[in-house]
Design a protein around this ligand. Structure first.
Ligand SMILES: NC(=O)c1ccc[n+]([C@@H]2O[C@H](COP(=O)([O-])OP(=O)(O)OC[C@H]3O[C@@H](n4cnc5c(N)ncnc54)[C@H](O)[C@@H]3O)[C@@H](O)[C@H]2O)c1
Length: 253
């Protein structure tokens, strides 16, 4: 029996990095996975790999800022797998440490980050609630960032967009607790994915980033996937409204 046997999960941003690692791990643990992303070719490769290794998954092209597409994703999920138990709101766009001073952030950039990183998660929560209620409850995991806990890491627009996730998660946890729907936020630090290639491809930038991390290294996306799996599974049945840092100790200082 897998740790997610019998569960149906939507994972956004599953074409790359952490979302792809979560899709692979969820499927290995028995979940039926609806993997979504705007990058459809990459996404289809991830799903083909999952299916080839015996997992159950489908790929759906999906822009998380679009409310109609959210409703369509939920419809496809229920049409394909009959129900829904879990949403991982993972899709997002990144800031580059040290590269975005407040003076250089214009309104368009601010609005873009708020829309893609936080409004998208509100839309996701709103669109899945009816089906989670029908399932008798569920788990929503919202991917924020360590920049959602402390300032100064990645530019004001990124930090504010990730900070909003922390409290939208707590608010939803309070409101949806009576429906047995758990909502938690995950706050990754420096994770080795394409989002931070601007850092990992530059030796000095990497050294500077590692200096702030007690464990002295970046994490692999699979390490975040392990935490998200736990939060999606019934093993975390009494955890809701929690914010969990997975940052090698960076925000412990
Ligand atoms: N990598 C890090 O160091 C780090 C640190 C903290 C938080 N995060 C967060 O983790 C999450 C996953 O990022 P990652 O590191 O795997 O990066 P990534 O760039 O590898 O993956 C992000 C995915 O989100 C998708 N995406 C972007 N905009 C979208 C949209 N409008 N609709 C649908 N999909 C969209 C991209 O196509 C991509 O596949 C993001 O929310 C990111 O902000 C990453």
């Amino acid at each position: 029996m897998g740790r997610l046997s019998g569960k149906v999960a939507i994972i956004t941003g599953a074409a790359s990095g952490q979302g792809a690692a979560e899709a692979r791990l969820f499927a290995r643990e028995g979940a039926k996975v609806v993997a979504t992303d705007i990058q459809i070719e990459l996404l289809e490769n991830v799903v083909m790999e999952i299916v080839a290794s015996g997992g159950e998954a489908i790929a759906v092209q999906h822009d998380v800022t679009n409310e109609e597409q959210w409703n369509e994703v939920v419809k496809i999920t229920v049409g394909t797998y009959g129900k829904l138990d879990t949403l991982v709101n993972n899709a997002g766009i990144g800031g580059a440490p040290g590269f975005a001073l407040i003076d250089d952030v214009d309104l368009a950039a601010w609005n873009k980050f708020m829309t893609v990183n936080s409004t998208s998660q509100f839309l996701g929560i709103k669109s899945v609630i009816p089906e989670l209620r029908k399932s008798g409850g569920g788990s929503i995991v919202n991917i924020s960032s360590m920049a959602g806990l402390v300032g100064g890491a990645a530019g004001i627009h990124y930090t504010a967009s990730k900070g909003a996730i922390r409290l939208l998660s707590k608010d939803a946890a309070v409101e949806l607790g009576p429906d047995n729907i758990r909502v938690n936020s995950v706050h990754p630090g420096f994770i080795d994915t394409p989002m931070v290639s601007i850092v990992t491809e530059n030796e000095d930038a990497t050294k500077a980033a590692l200096m702030g991390i007690p464990l002295g290294r970046a994490a692999q996306p699979e390490e975040v996937a392990n935490l998200v799996l736990f939060l999606a599974s019934d093993e975390s049945s009494y955890i809701t409204g929690a914010e969990i840092a997975i940052d090698g100790g960076a925000t412990a200082k």
